[in-house]
Design a protein around this ligand. Structure first.
Ligand code: ITT
Length: 195
């Protein structure tokens, strides 16, 4: 079926299209909506996923999924968490991914606590009174310099001990089988089968 994905992030679209095989993933731009960017005012990943899903559902009135995600670093008390996209942008200028990654490594400093995780909250909005939510993680460690060129965002600085590499060093299909987004997407796919 056609699933509308409430995002302006093309990397999320690509990954979810690979994860939700057999479905066609479309984004607001495919419906001519070029300025889809609802204000993420929630205090959790799930809150923000609901805000994005509901906002697109209001416009499309067809089944919608959303993805709110980010990195949580234990040495920083779980930050940047839901503020991952805006991390380091306090003066209004959005930082590039390499700038954000460098800032995060600097902030974590020499802390011996290196554990960190990617989180993905995903909401499937079928109708105003029928929706599903799931939240998944990918556990890893914050490393001290970027490694790898695949993926996007914080992928070069999250090291996965079981794989012996960062997420950015994983082949695309491997990231899409073990990531926070892959686990959440597969759970949503199972629900879609039963709709
Ligand atoms: P939408 O809100 O339009 O979906 P966004 O990029 O702003 O797009 P979020 O608000 O969920 O998305 O912010 C998540 C940030 O965390 C995002 O900017 C990415 O850089 C980062 N991120 C999310 N998933 C990631 C992944 O799989 N690997 C690395 N970084 C990721």
């Amino acid at each position: 079926m056609t699933i509308w994905l409430a995002t302006g992030n093309t990397h999320k679209k690509q990954e979810l299209q690979a994860i939700l095989k057999g479905h066609t993933v479309k984004v607001p731009a495919d419906a001519g909506i070029s300025d889809f960017d609802p204000e993420e005012t929630g205090s959790t990943f799930l809150d923000n996923a609901f805000i994005k899903a509901r906002a697109l559902y209001e416009l499309i009135k067809e089944p919608v999924i959303s993805d709110d995600s980010g990195i949580c670093v234990d040495a920083l008390g779980g930050r940047p968490g839901i503020y991952s996209a805006r991390y380091g942008s306090e003066d209004g200028r959005k930082l590039s991914s390499p700038e954000r990654n460098a800032l995060l490594i600097r902030e974590a400093g020499d802390s011996p606590l290196r554990t960190a995780r990617f989180v993905c909250a995903m909401v499937l909005f079928v109708t105003e009174d029928r929706f599903f939510a799931v939240q998944e993680t990918l556990e890893g460690e914050l490393i001290r310099e970027e490694r790898g060129t695949g993926g996007f965002g914080y992928d070069p600085i999250l090291y996965i001990p079981e794989r012996g590499c960062t997420v950015a060093e994983l082949p695309e299909d491997e990231k899409n089988s073990l990531s926070h987004r892959a686990k959440a997407g597969k759970a949503i796919a199972a629900i879609l089968e039963r709709l």
